[in-house]
Design a protein around this ligand. Structure first.
Ligand code: BTN
Length: 248
């Protein structure tokens, strides 16, 4: 298919997509690999990428929105992935702020959005939406430390699907939803996102910018996508980034 680069092995599809984008690759161009040697997760983590089991792809976007709104593409992408899963499997995925795909408290996928220098001229700006999704992964394919916390579309549905079929549906859904984000703005996106917010009302812990561990109850994201959490003293914290954990 036009504008899709299929690779057997690579270091990281986000890295590849970044290079293609710098060379001028157009909106919607995607890189997908069977396996990655150094798949990148959020906050400097590694994304384990066993061959043939998961979907590892990165999609280049050149959205017609203000550059300060590029980070909001993470929410658009989360919805696109969840909607594509619903179409293909009839499963209703939950979203964990800002960018994880969940089923019944277990992580099934994650999104890493990276941008070019957004101060540059409009033509040179782009975002890379990197998506890692556990598609046909069986429990034994996960590292033992993930056995209690990870899942896959196969484990949730008992259905095995071709990874490329899953990828093509997600890519099509993402391009469609970016178009409506350009037209109607972020409010319809975040309103729809809230209907899948599986953390809403749950007790969370996170590390503040100052390095302090804070606990509180999730009030969900505000209209700009910042997560609001109320601590035990009633103070509302706005969380911009970081690792959010559910308290047991
Ligand atoms: C996370 O949950 O931390 C985000 C994980 C994103 C992983 C995907 S796999 C395809 C793409 N290439 C990468 O190196 N990372 C993303």
């Amino acid at each position: 298919m036009k504008n899709v680069i299929y690779l057997e092995t690579t270091t990281s599809t986000n890295r590849d997509a970044f290079e293609y984008a710098v060379q001028g690759a157009e909106h919607g161009t995607a890189v997908i690999a069977d396996t990655q040697l150094n798949g990148r997760g959020r906050l400097g983590k590694t994304w384990r990428s066993p061959a043939g089991k998961g979907m590892y792809c990165s999609i280049i976007l050149r959205p017609k929105v203000e550059p300060q709104n590029y980070p909001l593409l993470t929410f658009v992408a989360g919805l696109a992935v969840a909607d594509a899963i619903e179409k293909l499997y009839g499963l209703s995925a939950g979203l964990k702020w800002p960018n994880d795909i969940y089923f019944k408290g277990r992580k099934c996928g994650g999104i890493l959005t990276e941008s070019s220098d957004l101060n540059g001229i409009e033509e040179s700006r782009f975002a890379i939406v990197g998506i890692g999704l556990n598609v046909n992964t069986e429990l034994n394919d996960f590292h033992p430390e993930l056995h209690e916390t990870a899942t896959s579309l196969y484990l949730e549905s008992d259905v095995i699907l071709d990874v490329k079929t899953v990828f093509l549906e997600i890519r099509q859904e993402l391009i469609k939803q970016v178009k409506s984000f350009e037209k109607t703005g972020f409010l319809p996106v975040i309103n729809r996102w809230r209907t899948r917010d599986f953390l809403y009302g749950s007790r969370l812990a996170w590390v503040s910018v100052g390095g302090r561990k804070v606990e509180g109850v999730s009030l969900g994201p505000d209209d700009e996508g910042r997560l609001h959490v109320e601590d035990d003293s009633g103070k509302i914290h706005e969380v911009m980034s970081g690792d959010i954990r559910l308290c047991k």
